[in-house]
Design a protein around this ligand. Structure first.
Ligand code: MOS
Length: 751
C-alpha cells in the first residue's frame, strides 16, 4: 500500500533511461484509428439487443397532464413504451440517485418523459415522434441575473466550505490606494465530447451489466445500485474506451438507468443512445456564473485585499455549485482574502462539473481582474503576479508541496517574447488587424484519490495491468503501460493494460485530474509487490535486485522472468493520499501567453499564437502530456471567444443544442499553439511524483486571450465569450480611449 502521508522517497521509476517521460505513441492508437476500439454503443457481447429512443420534455417547467402512447405502442416493431405512468419504482432523487420517469413533474426542458423500445433504432425513433405529451406549463425562472439576489449559501463541496474569510475586507478595500471592483460573467457551457452518451444494458438473472460511457466506474456502479435499489455487487460497468468526457460522464445519465429498466422488463439487452440535442439538456452542463472581484494594492503593487464572490445556478434540489472562487484561495499572497459562493435555483437542466470545474471560469475572471489591476498600477502584469506570488497557502497558511508558478511565468515570458509587447493598448497593427499580447497565470488542485490495481505475469512473459480506471482519451492506457514496463525493464510491447471494467480492482477513474497519480500509484504498488514475489522465488539474497531487459539480476545471477512465473504470478496494489492533502496544499501551475488580432473592420478576434508553460511534477509521457495541455488551452480559447449555451430566458430552452451552433474551438481557430513543461518532481503528490495535468491547460487560458484583446484594442469586455458584437459595442461607446492611429473612416459606425 502506497500511503502518501509521508514523501515517497526514491523509486525504481526514478532510474534514468526508462520509458516513463518518453513521447511514446498511444498504445491504443492503432485500435482507435482503425475503428476497432469499442465505444459504448458498439459492444458485440450482448446478443439480440433492441433499441431505445428517448422522448424529452418541450416545456421549461410544469407537469405532464396527459401522455397518449397508443399510437407509439401500435407502431411497427415497438416492444415497450415507458412513461412515468408505468416506469418501475426507483429511489427518490437525491445525492447519488438519478431516477428516471419518476413522476409527472417537469423540471426543465429536455427532461426525459418517455422511452420507446423497438427492434430497430429507426422504428424506436419513428414511434417516439408519435408521442406528444400534453403539459400544464408553469412560468419558470431561467435567468441567473434575475435570481442572483435570492441565491443561497450552498452546502460544503467535498468537505470544503463555500465561504472563506481572512482579515477585514471592507477596511482593507477602503484603505487600498489602488483598487478595482469589477464583475465578470461567464455563460452556461456544454462539455461537447465527441461520443454522445450511450448504454447497452444486459441482465443475466439478477446480475446487471452496463456497457456505457462513464468516467468513474465504481461511483457509477453505486449510483445505479442506489437508484434501482439493487446490490452493488450485482452490477458490472464496462467502459473500455470513452470518446471524451470532460466531466459530462462523471455521472450515470438517463441512458444508463433507462436501458437497465427496459432491459429488465423485456429480458433482452437494450441499447440507448442520446441524440446530440438530448446530450445538451438531459445530461449535465456547466452553470453560468456572475463573479465580482475586488482587488486592492499599495502603490508598489503589493496586494492588500482580494475578494472574489461567485454566483451560479442549478435545478431545484441539486446543490452542486460552480466553485469559481476556490483557486483564489491558493494563488496570491494577501493579508485580507475573502471568497464566497452562492447558488440560485433555476428551472434549467442540471449543472455539474465540467473541464476544471471552478478554476476554468474562476480564472477567466480573476486573471483578467489582475490584468486590470496591473493597468491601474501601470505595472507589467507578470511583475504584478511575481510580486504577489504566495509562498504558503493564502487562505489557511499551509505549506505547498511545490510552488512553481513564477518559473512558469518567467520561462513563458522568455519563450514568447513578452519583452516585445507594447503595453499601450491599440498601438500595434498589422493591416486591418490590431494586435495585442496577453498573459495569465494557471493553477489547479491535485487531489489524489484512493485506488487499486493488479499486475500479473503470464507464462508468455507478458505483464498485464488491470484496473477499473478509464481512459477518456487522455492516454491512460499508454502511461500505465510505461509504468509497468519500467518497473520490470520490459519493452512496451510486453505490457498489456486492461481498463474500464468493474470486474478489475477499483479505481476512482478519470476526473478532477487525479487519474494518472491515483491509479498510476496503485499500478506502481502492484508492480512493487510482484517484483518482491519474483525476487523471493529466485531463492537468492534479494538485496540490490535489478529488473532489466526482462530479467532479474540478483546476487550476481541473471534470471529471466519467464523461468520464474510458472503458470503465472500476480499481485495487487493500492494507494492512498493518506494525510498528504490535509497537511499540504498541492497545486499544479502554469503561465499562458496569447497574441490576438482584432479586425478594426469587423471586430472579429483571431488568435495568432499561444504558448503555455506548465509545472505538474514528473511528466509521464511528453507526447500525451503536451496533447492534454494544448487540448485544454484550445478549450480555453473557446471559452474566451466562442463557447456559450444560449438560453431562452422565457422558457429555459437551450437554443443551440448541437455542435454546429455550439462552437468548440477547432483547427481553423488555433493557428499556432505550443505547450512546454518546467522540470520538477513532487515527492508528496503520489508515487508518480507527478501532478494532475488533465485540466491544467484550460485554467487561465481564456484570460490570456481576453487580456490580449484588451491590449490590442483598449476594450475590456467582462462578459464571456468575447464576440465581435461586444468589440463593436466597445468602440461605439468610445471605450478605446487609448486607441491611437486608427483611421476614422475605417471605424465601425455606432449605428
Ligand atoms: Mo472532470 S470535470 O472532474 O472530468
Amino acid at each position: 500500500m502506497i500511503d502518501m502521508s509521508k514523501p515517497i522517497g526514491p523509486t525504481p521509476l526514478d532510474r534514468p533511461g526508462g520509458l516513463l517521460g518518453q513521447p511514446i505513441n498511444r498504445v491504443d492508437g492503432p485500435l482507435k484509428v482503425t475503428g476497432r476500439a469499442t465505444y459504448a454503443y458498439e459492444y458485440r457481447e450482448p446478443q439480440n439487443a433492441v433499441y431505445g429512443f428517448l422522448v424529452v420534455s418541450t416545456i421549461g417547467k410544469g407537469r405532464i397532464s396527459a401522455i397518449d402512447t397508443t399510437a407509439a405502442e401500435k407502431a411497427p416493431g415497438v416492444l415497450l413504451v415507458m412513461t412515468h405512468l408505468n416506469a418501475p419504482k426507483q429511489a427518490p432523487r437525491g445525492q447519488g440517485t438519478v431516477p428516471q420517469l419518476a413522476s409527472d413533474r417537469v423540471q426543465f426542458q429536455g427532461q426525459p418523459v418517455a422511452l420507446v423500445v423497438a427492434d430497430t433504432f429507426e422504428a424506436a425513433r419513428a414511434a417516439a415522434y408519435l408521442i406528444k405529451p400534453a403539459y400544464d406549463a408553469e412560468q419558470g425562472a431561467h435567468d441567473l441575473a434575475a435570481r442572483r439576489a435570492g441565491a443561497a449559501t450552498p452546502k460544503p463541496r467535498n468537505g470544503t466550505s463555500p465561504d472563506s474569510s481572512k482579515g477585514d475586507i471592507d477596511a482593507a478595500f477602503a484603505g487600498a490606494p489602488v483598487k478595482i471592483d469589477v464583475t465578470y460573467t461567464t455563460p452556461p457551457q456544454s462539455h461537447a465530447m465527441m461520443e454522445p452518451h450511450a448504454t447497452i444494458a444486459q441482465w443475466d438473472g439478477d446480475q446487471l451489466t452496463l456497457y456505457t460511457a462513464n468516467q468513474m466506474l465504481p461511483r457509477g456502479t453505486q449510483t445505479v445500485a442506489d437508484t434501482l435499489q439493487i446490490p452493488k455487487d450485482n452490477i458490472r460497468l464496462v467502459s473500455r474506451y470513452v470518446g471524451g468526457g470532460f466531466g459530462g460522464k462523471l455521472q450515470v445519465q438517463p441512458d444508463g438507468i433507462l436501458a437497465a429498466l427496459a432491459s429488465r422488463q423485456l429480458k433482452r439487452p437494450v441499447k440507448v443512445a442520446l441524440t446530440r440535442p438530448q446530450v445538451f439538456a438531459a445530461t449535465t452542463h456547466r452553470s453560468d456564473t456572475i463573479q465580482r472581484l475586488r482587488l486592492g494594492a499599495d502603490h508598489e503593487g503589493k496586494l492588500q485585499v482580494v475578494a472574489h464572490e461567485s454566483w451560479s445556478d442549478n435545478t431545484p434540489g441539486v446543490d452542486d455549485f460552480e466553485t469559481a472562487a476556490m483557486a483564489t484561495r491558493n494563488i496570491y499572497a494577501t493579508p485580507a482574502l475573502m471568497t464566497a459562493h452562492r447558488l440560485a435555483t433555476l428551472d434549467l437542466p442540471v449543472s455539474a462539473a465540467m473541464r476544471a470545474p471552478g478554476e476554468a471560469v474562476g480564472l477567466l475572471a480573476l486573471e483578467c481582474a489582475m490584468d486590470e489591476l496591473a493597468v491601474a498600477l501601470n505595472m507589467d502584469p507578470i511583475e504584478l503576479r511575481i510580486k504577489n506570488d504566495a509562498q504558503t497557502d493564502p487562505a489557511e497558511g499551509k505549506p505547498f508541496t511545490t510552488r512553481t508558478l513564477v518559473p512558469c511565468l518567467q520561462k513563458g515570458a522568455e519563450l514568447f517574447g513578452w519583452n516585445k509587447r507594447n503595453a499601450q493598448p491599440g498601438a500595434v497593427r498589422d493591416g486591418e488587424w490590431l494586435v495585442g499580447m496577453g498573459m495569465s497565470a494557471a493553477i489547479r488542485g491535485n487531489p489524489m484519490q484512493e485506488a487499486k490495481a493488479s499486475a500479473a505475469f503470464g507464462r508468455d512473459g507478458i505483464l498485464t495491468i488491470r484496473s477499473s480506471m478509464t481512459d477518456i482519451g487522455t492516454g491512460t492506457y499508454t502511461i500505465l503501460a510505461q509504468i509497468g514496463a519500467d518497473m520490470f525493464g520490459l519493452p512496451i510491447e510486453r505490457v498489456r493494460v486492461e481498463l474500464g471494467d468493474t470486474k478489475f480492482p477499483p479505481s476512482p477513474g478519470s476526473g478532477g485530474s487525479f487519474g494518472a497519480n491515483s491509479t498510476g500509484s496503485a499500478v506502481y504498488d502492484a508492480c512493487m509487490n510482484l517484483r518482491q514475489a519474483l525476487v523471493q522465488k529466485t531463492g537468492l539474497n534479494s538485496d540490490g535486485a535489478v529488473f532489466e531487459r526482462g530479467q532479474i539480476t540478483v546476487a550476481g545471477k541473471n534470471v529471466p522472468l519467464e523461468t520464474l512465473v510458472g503458470d503465472g504470478m500476480s499481485a495487487d496494489g493500492s494507494a492512498t493520499p493518506g494525510s498528504s492533502r490535509k497537511d499540504y496544499v498541492q497545486q499544479s501551475y502554469g503561465g499562458h501567453f496569447a497574441e490576438v488580432g482584432v479586425s478594426e473592420v469587423t471586430g472579429e478576434i483571431r488568435l495568432r499564437r499561444m504558448l503555455g508553460v506548465f509545472a505538474a511534477g514528473r511528466i509521464l509521457n511528453a507526447k500525451t502530456a503536451r496533447s492534454q495541455a494544448i487540448g485544454g488551452m484550445t478549450f480555453g480559447v473557446g471559452a474566451a471567444l466562442m463557447e456559450e449555451i444560449h438560453v431562452d430566458k422565457r422558457d429555459g430552452w437551450f437554443l443551440n443544442n448541437n455542435l454546429a451552433e455550439y462552437h468548440v474551438a477547432a483547427n481553423a481557430d488555433i493557428p499556432m499553439m505550443d505547450a512546454v513543461f518546467v522540470t520538477e518532481t513532487d515527492d508528496r503528490s503520489s508515487a508518480m511524483k507527478s501532478k494532475g495535468l488533465g485540466e491544467l491547460g484550460i485554467c487561465g487560458a481564456g484570460a490570456a486571450v481576453a487580456n490580449a484583446v484588451y491590449n490590442a484594442t483598449g476594450i475590456r469586455i467582462r462578459d464571456y465569450p468575447l464576440t465581435l458584437d461586444k468589440v463593436l459595442n466597445g468602440w461605439a461607446k468610445g471605450d478605446e480611449g487609448q486607441r491611437s492611429g486608427i483611421s476614422p473612416s475605417l471605424s465601425p459606425s455606432p449605428g
